[in-house]
Design a binder for this molecule. Structure first.
Ligand code: PLP
Length: 468
């Protein structure tokens, strides 16, 4: 009944990442109404600085009321549908992007294409760069949504670059070469390598050496580099953030071929905490890419109302400076709270300096060193402990036992409850001995969950992926 593409399973909907979100929906935690419900720690949302945005909105009613100097601009905005976007908005966006990068790089609004979030920006860019059946290299672990965003409708294949815990999941030249060769053996033409910097799910920024290595690799193989920098404004600790464009410029590559093969994807979903506003963009020094991506952007424009509101907000430099600084401070505090809470439960995290999540090492809680054991542990944490976290398999991690845990989408009190639950769980696990069946009095809801179709389906698709 459906088209082959619509029914193809490359969307990744059956991954434990998406299934965890669905299970959560059945009984979301609420301190008052549902205190035994599931706490959502699988969503990379930033709710820590909403008060700052709300305060700006209260002080600037004209922007929300679609007015300029007291006069309505409603009619103008209601009719505006130019797919190049509002010039004032694009000017503010490039200034904001530069500010996040410490004004070390300048961006030209002519090289910017707006899209409905980074989701749409990534797909559009891949559609422009690669043909069906061609490949992109992606370092693992990677954001679970990429299977949907990069592969599903474009028909492009993802070839993982296997990174390992032995060096903190850093990208090495060897791992890049190995992935490239694997693609060639599969007769897949490699069109580019896509990174997330800062990394989702690792919560780390890439070093200059890593970026240089990547650029050198892209020069050698004559391929594109796509840097998804949606978390660039969340860097809250040393070492700071270096954009791919800054690294390339510092090597004086502006007048070389590779300059036109470097592209950035960005959005306001994470740094400003506005995923519902659907504001994303592609930045590229390649005129042809910009021109075809602009044509394609008709499929995912940003509403002129949103552009108007945000161009006013971003034009207020005092506000953006205060927001960036305060937001990073709050993220740092939150992250520390999570790390110390997990430590009390005997659980360590990868050292990170960015993002809205931690990459958490629970290998010691596995009954054995296999992905089935990871799924088993994940089900317990979801259904018995009541925390929705994302197992490493959903991020295509090659080592079982790692989990992504988000910390910026809940209140301080909720995080405290989550930390208490995980501590109790770790204690119970060590008492009963890892691997023994878990004897806890589950609420009838959780018991039902464990035997429901939802959970039975859980992550068999992740495992299939790992075994491939
Ligand atoms: C690395 C990465 N890219 C893109 C996205 C999608 O962002 P958006 O909400 O702007 O579509 C996400 C969302 O979590 C992400 O983590």
């Amino acid at each position: 009944m459906l088209s082959t593409m619509a029914s193809s399973n490359s969307h990744g909907q059956d991954s434990s990442y998406f299934l965890g979100l669905q299970v959560y929906e059945k009984s979301p935690f609420d301190e008052v109404v549902n205190p035994t419900g599931i706490i959502q720690m699988g969503l990379a949302e930033n709710q820590l600085s909403f008060d700052l945005v709300e305060s700006w909105l209260r002080k600037n009613p004209d922007a929300m009321g679609l007015k300029k100097d007291g006069e309505s601009v409603f009619r103008e905005l209601a009719l505006f549908q130019d797919y190049h976007g509002l010039p004032a908005f694009k000017n503010e966006l490039v200034e904001y992007m530069a500010k996040i990068r410490g004004n070390k790089v300048k961006f030209d609004p002519k090289n910017l294409v707006l899209a409905a979030g980074a989701t749409s920006a990534n797909e559009t860019l891949i559609f422009c760069l690669a043909n069906r059946g061609e490949a992109l290299l992606l370092p693992t672990p990677y954001y679970p949504g990429f299977d949907r965003d990069l592969k599903w409708r474009t028909g492009v294949e993802i070839v993982p670059v296997h990174c390992s815990s032995s060096n903190g999941f850093r990208i090495t030249r060897l791992a890049l070469e190995e992935a490239y060769e694997r693609a060639q053996k599969l007769h897949l033409k490699v069109k580019g390598v896509l990174i997330t910097n800062p990394s989702n799910p690792l919560g780390t920024t890439m070093t200059r050496d890593e970026l240089n290595q990547l650029i050198t690799f892209a020069i050698a193989k004559n391929i594109h580099v796509i840097s998804d920098e949606v978390f660039s404004g969340t860097v809250f600790d040393f070492p700071g953030f270096i954009s791919i464009i800054e690294a390339a410029r510092d090597r004086n590559l502006e007048n070389t071929d590779v300059w036109s093969r470097i592209h950035i994807v960005y959005s306001l979903s994470k740094d400003l905490g506005l995923p519902g506003f659907r504001v994303g963009m592609i930045y590229s020094n390649n005129e042809t890419v910009i021109s075809s991506a602009t044509k394609m952007s008709s499929f995912g424009l940003v509403s002129s109302q949103t552009q108007y509101l945000l161009s006013n907000m971003l034009a207020n430099k005092k506000f953006t400076s205060k927001y960036m600084k305060e937001n990073q401070k709050r993220l740092k505090r939150r992250k520390e709270m999570l790390v110390s809470g997990l430590k009390k439960a005997g659980i360590e995290c990868l050292k990170g300096n960015a993002g809205l999540f931690c990459w958490v090492d629970m290998r010691h809680l596995l009954s054995s060193n296999i992905f089935e054991a990871e799924t088993e542990l994940w089900k317990k944490i979801l259904c018995e402990v009541g925390l929705n976290i994302s197992p490493g398999a959903s991020c295509h991690c090659t080592e079982p036992g790692w989990f992504r845990v988000c910390f910026a989408n809940m209140s301080h009190q909720t995080l405290q409850v989550a930390m208490q639950r995980i501590k109790d769980f770790a204690e119970r696990s060590s008492c009963s001995g890892i691997g023994k069946s878990y004897q806890q009095n589950m609420s009838s809801f959780r018991r039902k969950l464990l035997t429901s179709n939802w959970v039975r389906k859980l992550s068999s698709s992740d495992r299939d992926e790992q075994e491939r």
